[in-house]
Ligand binder design. Structure first.
Ligand code: GDP
Ligand code: MG
Length: 163
């Protein structure tokens, strides 16, 4: 049993907020070899009796300028290599951004399970706004609010099913 789940996405979509809600125990950062591997938080979680490790990526990547795109790409590629399942977080407030498209392009090629989480869906109106994320070509999505925990149960039900 060593199920690894990676949370990926561009900065400020709410990855760490969701990660912090998810994990019960933060683990020591084992890798200090490169900037890339250090730029992550690890934690342990459990849902429906199934345990898994969670990686929160891109902790030190701030802002959303083009210069960060290479770093995000590295994080996503690393996650694809390492993880058994990937949660791709996007932000309903911003809609689809070019960087989301880039990440989606990488993830569409992946054979591992990819779950699309449309975050910051704090109210019913935003459920409607979330529909555009079908255009990322990743199939069904889960609307969540990492801050309140709304919708995260359905996402986690699916996650442990595919792990
Ligand atoms: P990260 O850069 O992807 O790790 O994003 P963070 O977790 O640091 O969150 C970025 C911002 O989005 C913070 O101001 C959070 O409070 C906010 N945020 C996270 N989740 C939600 C949510 O469910 N709803 C709303 N409205 N804001 C959120
Ligand atoms: Mg973060």
């Amino acid at each position: 049993m060593n199920n690894i789940v990676a949370i990926v996405g561009r900065p400020n979509v709410g990855k760490s907020t969701f990660f912090n809600r998810l994990i019960q125990r933060r683990e020591a950062i084992v890798d200090s070899v490169s900037g890339v591997t250090r730029d992550r938080n690890y934690g342990k979680s459990e849902w429906n009796g199934k345990e898994f490790s969670v990686i929160d990526t891109g902790g030190y990547i701030k802002g959303s300028d083009d210069i960060f795109e290479g770093e995000i790409r590295k994080q996503v590629e690393l996650a694809i290599d390492e993880a058994d399942a990937i949660i791709f977080v996007v932000d309903v407030e911003d809609g689809i951004t070019p960087m989301d498209e880039e990440v989606a392009k990488l993830l569409r090629k992946v054979t591992k399970p990819v779950l699309l989480a449309v975050n910051k869906v704090d109210n019913a109106m935003r459920q409607q706004d979330a529909i555009e994320f079908y255009n990322l070509g990743l199939g069904e999505y889960f609307t969540i609010a990492g801050m309140s925990g709304s919708g995260t149960g359905e996402l986690l039900d699916k996650l442990v099913e595919v792990l």
